[in-house]
Design a protein around this ligand. Structure first.
Ligand SMILES: [Cu+2]
Length: 1020
């Protein structure tokens, strides 16, 4: 969250820049494509640069830049080599450790622990006390224990009516919480991380990231802040774990002990020592004390795999990388019937229609410090030693103005001042060193756009193997990588490759570690869509395709129909006349960060004793990949260009071979019945999921500003406006680093009014939605990366994607249902329908009222985009207290993007309930209207009530019942409507908001007078 500090004198310039942005979209298709293809420095360019530099060094007249001596840990890095400032893991053997199971340890003692609920303390709810702690665990046989931060259950679980079950000890990715649909989970969260200097993260923490450095009191935030966000939860905002809801550990000396939006569950009570006490106990408070927070999860949603993870302001990417993440599974009666048999809507469901053996696969990528290489690869690294987590921290620019080629052969990201058009108004411009070399004016450690690491972990173990019986399994897969996408496929391992492991290593099979690769060239035996683009490393031999993956659900629960995914390598759009040229167009199980898949794999027909490889060939980044972060067996040695030496068979680093699956001997079970599944899944979808909003097949075209459709469940068509949102990739103005942000487009976008308005997280809110309201968003993507956009509180329905040239792409099979994390592709508009609803709660919830920028005082205009988001006109935004209603966020789930300001607040407007029991007493030309206050204020106090008499729109207001309304005509029939109004939202956010919203309640009209009531809340 970079601060965009823009002096007022430069606002005119911004207007010009904005106009420049506006012009961008009116370029010809060819220009767009060329520009897009040029936006990445290619490996060839790096090679050319190296050659030119070598030639120049021979020229007696040249004065080549001489790198300083190798920097010291913590020192200033060489930005143009010889060091890449990018580290690789030690070379470790693949598939020698088994996959950790649920409460079932692998050979290293690793397991995904399962939390045990206390069902006594809060009747009707599952209660857990969860702490975050620092600990160490071995993640691979050949690595020393790695220091981590993770969660652990503290309280005892219930068994036989007593809280007697001791919780499991701390393990990476634990404890998994298993919740039941509609049964709430209550959590007391304790931050038990170290305090003082020991509380600093063991990862490079860039304090120039907003929320990670200077706070409003003029001192810095600590690096041991933590919170819980239940990702995908239908959760009241007070328990959402937004960026401003966090706590430091008890005893930490800081001016910022808890985030400004931290709220406590109103009906969980504690005494002064933080022990739970019954409501009404003397001195009871909902504040659990220092270092503690409470959370209430409703589970009012269909069965699905979710996860809870950290979301603290400025630290999320690092805390999650350090281990602050764990699974959360909601079970659902419909799901139980699919697995165990029963009846669904009159249809008999056979047991095993969905396999009841479930295995979670939580996939991540990490890099571990190699003590033998770190000094030459990343000499300024000053964090952990051997086997500890490595994370990039040097912003290596693609550009090198010190070199005739202009390219940095070890660079990774574009740098604003050296890109077109050059960013010349940086708060921290480039620096000229005494030897004449110009370097970026960027701090070290610095946030970097993405952290693509070299070692895959599944359930916390590097390169695990999994042994399966010859039967069908249900896999619950989560892409929990910070930034890496996965395109998962299954191939039979190549038995002919038996790499020369030293003898005397029993139990370390040396074969079956690789997928058999063949050249990606036209071959008669290839299936029609097998790539023939000559790609480096070739493609898997199609003769080795493993069993299909049958997709039945995504992160939002079950899909409408199963999708049978046959393994095939990733494919790209190669039609140069297509505006989305080089986007990914062929996928198998393709998962962006935070996406999930519910997958059935049937091993019953797989020959006994087979070995399969779970293979990934998603590009990194998507779609414009950098070959230096695609680690595969036999890849080109890229050490001269900042990459890794070639990867040996059987060893890492390797981001292609994720896991080995060993199929046991014995006779196989009967083949899995796809037809049974096909027959019931539509019914299961209808029974477990809310109905979709827009019937499939109603597509939005590139020129549309509205959509006419007959809503699911309705008989007449309606026309809804399309609200324009945007993704924009640009450079932040503090340091000139590349970032992507969310924003808006001017409404009714056309050739003449096309302006993308990129907005920072701190800019005043532009997304406002009322409880139960339907909105359609068209998110225009003006950039080069595919983003995984995550919505808090609600799921969205993908209507379609449409390329800027007008080509419509219907939802993928994995998107035919609901989505909560959605991929948005370059030069493509993504259209979604959404209808958020407030969960039912046993308590009232206040609004979120806070400063827009919690790190600066009111009145400051530092860091704001200083533009009116509804007109595009430059405007000074001043930091002020704003009512965010029920505050949520939507953001990119590439964690490097999220924290680099690709996040926006969502104001969820929950109006007061309806005034009740209205009566009217008529006296001549006036009527006295009485009513009862609504049971819910909607979060903030009701300011006034309004009575409206119709016909005639006569109005009267008052602070409570009764209200006298004058001017009625005797003998005329009236309908009175009473509304309750409170405040939400202030300032400039108003014009876009629907200022007055009505929630109609029971309405009646009787005799000469009548009365009706409704709840209403207005933004003022
Ligand atoms: Cu992103």
């Amino acid at each position: 969250m970079r601060k965009r500090w823009i002096p007022a004198v430069l606002l005119g310039l911004i207007a010009i820049l904005s106009w420049g942005t506006a012009q961008e979209k009116t370029k010809s298709k060819t220009e767009m494509v060329l520009e897009r293809m040029a936006k990445r420095t290619t490996l060839q360019m790096r090679k050319d640069a190296a050659v030119r530099r070598a030639v120049a060094a021979q020229d007696p007249l040249s004065k080549p830049v001489k790198p300083a001596s190798r920097p010291e840990p913590g020192g200033q890095p060489n930005y143009f080599g010889p060091e890449p400032n990018w580290a690789n893991s030690p070379i470790i053997r693949k598939f020698i450790d088994s996959l950790p199971g649920l409460d079932k340890a692998n050979n290293l003692g690793q397991m995904i622990t399962v939390a045990v609920a206390d069902t006594i303390t809060f009747p009707g709810a599952d209660y857990y006390e969860i702490a975050v702690q620092e600990f160490s665990e071995k993640l691979h046989s050949q690595l020393p224990a790695t220091k981590l931060r993770g969660y652990v259950q503290l309280n005892k679980g219930t068994s036989g009516g007593q809280n007697t079950v001791n919780p499991a000890s701390i393990h990476y990715l634990g404890p998994l919480i298993i919740a039941k649909k509609d049964r709430p989970v209550r959590i007391l969260f304790r931050n038990m991380l170290p305090t003082g200097s020991g509380g600093d993260l063991f990862l490079p923490t860039d304090t120039s990231v907003m929320g990670a450095g200077m706070g409003i009191e003029g001192s810095e935030y600590t690096q041991n802040r933590a919170t819980l966000h239940l990702h995908g939860g239908h959760t009241p905002w007070i328990s959402d774990g937004t960026p401003h809801q966090w706590t430091v550990p008890a005893g930490e000396q800081t001016l910022y002990k808890k985030g400004v939006s931290t709220q406590y569950v109103p009906d969980m009570f504690f005494n002064s020592s933080g022990q739970i006490v019954p409501a009404g106990s003397p001195g009871a408070t909902s504040n659990p004390g220092e270092g503690a927070m409470t959370f209430y999860y409703t589970n009012q949603q269909s069965g699905r795999l979710m996860f809870y993870h950290d979301h603290a302001y400025g630290l999320t990417r690092l805390n999650v990388y350090a281990g602050e993440a764990a699974g959360y599974l909601i079970t659902d009666p419909v799901d139980d019937i699919l697995m165990n048999g029963g009846s669904l809507d009159g249809q008999t469901v056979a047991a095993g229609t969905v396999p009841s053996t479930q295995i979670p696969l939580i996939i991540q990528d990490k890099t571990f410090v190699n003590p033998d290489k770190i000094a030459e690869q990343d000499p300024t690294w000053r964090w952990g030693g051997a086997g500890q987590l490595w994370f990039p921290h040097v912003y290596m620019p693609n550009q090198n103005p010190n070199d005739l080629s202009g390219a940095n052969d070890k660079g990774r990201w574009d740098y604003g001042p050296w890109f077109w058009p050059p960013v010349t108004i940086l708060a921290n411009p480039p620096i000229k060193l005494s030897n004449g070399t110009v370097i970026p004016g960027i701090p070290n450690p610095s946030i970097v756009p993405e952290a693509f690491m070299d070692t895959p972990l599944v359930n916390g173990t590097a390169y695990p193997y999994l042994t399966v019986e010859r039967k069908a399994y249900r896999f619950r897969i989560l892409n929990a990588c910070n930034d890496r996408f996965l395109n998962l496929q299954l191939y039979y391992a190549d038995p002919s490759l038996n790499y020369s492991f030293r003898s005397g290593s029993p139990g370390y099979p040396g074969s079956g570690t690789e997928v058999k690769m063949v050249p990606a060239v036209p071959t008669p035996s290839f299936p029609p869509d097998w790539p023939t683009d000559g790609r480096a490393g070739g493609v898997p031999d199609p003769a080795t395709i493993g069993p299909d993956m049958i997709l039945i659900g995504n992160e939002s629960g079950l899909l409408q129909a199963p999708a049978v995914l046959e393994s095939a390598p990733v494919g790209y759009v190669y039609d140069r006349r297509n505006i989305v040229v080089l986007n990914v167009d062929r996928k198998t199980l393709f998962l962006g960060p935070a996406e999930r898949a519910d997958v059935i794999i049937d091993f019953s027909q797989v020959p006994a004793g087979s070995k399969l490889i779970l293979y990934n060939d998603a590009p990194a980044a998507v779609p414009a990949f950098d070959p230096r972060i695609d680690y595969f067996t036999g890849h080109e040695d890229l050490t001269d260009f900042g990459g890794a030496p070639t990867t040996l068979p059987g060893f890492g680093p390797n981001t292609r071979t994720i896991m080995q699956i060993r199929v046991e001997g014995g006779s196989g079970a009967a083949a899995f019945s796809l037809s049974n599944l096909k027959a019931i899944l539509p019914t299961a979808f209808a029974k477990s999921q809310p109905p979709l909003i827009v019937p499939p097949g109603n597509y939005v075209r590139i020129q549309d500003n509205s959509l006419t459709f007959t809503p699911v469940g309705a008989s007449a068509p309606i026309t809804m406006p399309i609200i324009s949102k945007a993704i924009h990739e640009l450079f932040e103005l503090e340091y000139g680093r590349m970032n992507a942000v969310l924003g808006v487009e001017l409404p009714l976008t056309s050739y003449f009014i096309q302006t993308t308005i990129p907005l920072a997280y701190i800019d005043p809110p532009t997304e406002m939605i009322s409880n139960g309201e339907t909105q359609i968003w068209k998110i225009t993507h003006n950039g080069v990366d595919t983003h995984a956009i995550h919505f808090h509180l609600f799921d969205v329905q993908l209507i379609n994607r449409v390329g800027w040239d007008g080509q419509i792409t219907p939802p993928d099979p994995s998107e035919q249902g609901w989505k909560e994390t959605l991929l948005m592709n370059p030069l493509t508009d993504t259209i979604v329908a959404l209808r958020p609803t407030a969960p039912a709660l046993p308590f009232d919830v206040p609004d979120s009222v806070r400063l827009n920028d919690v790190t600066n005082p009111a009145g400051s205009h530092r860091g704001f985009s200083n533009v009116n988001p509804y007109t595009g006109v430059p405007d000074i935004t001043r930091n002020r207290v704003t009512n965010f209603g029920w505050e949520y966020v939507w953001h990119c789930h590439l964690l490097g993007h999220e924290e680099n300001d690709m996040m926006r607040p969502i104001v969820f407007i929950v109006p007061p309930g309806a005034p009740a029991a209205p009566t009217a007493l008529v006296d001549g030309t006036q009527a006295l209207i009485s009513f009862e206050a609504p049971t819910s204020t909607g979060g903030s106090p009701i300011d006034f009530y309004t009575v409206t008499a119709n016909p005639g729109w006569l109005k009267a207001t008052g602070s409570g019942s009764p209200i006298l309304i004058k001017g009625v005509t005797l003998g005329k029939s009236y309908t009175f409507t009473i509304t309750a109004t409170n405040a939400v939202g202030t300032g400039r956010s108003v014009p876009m908001a629907k200022v007055f919203r009505k929630t109609p309640a029971a309405s009646k009209s009787a005799g000469s007078t009548g009365a009706a009531a409704s709840g209403e809340r207005s933004a003022r």
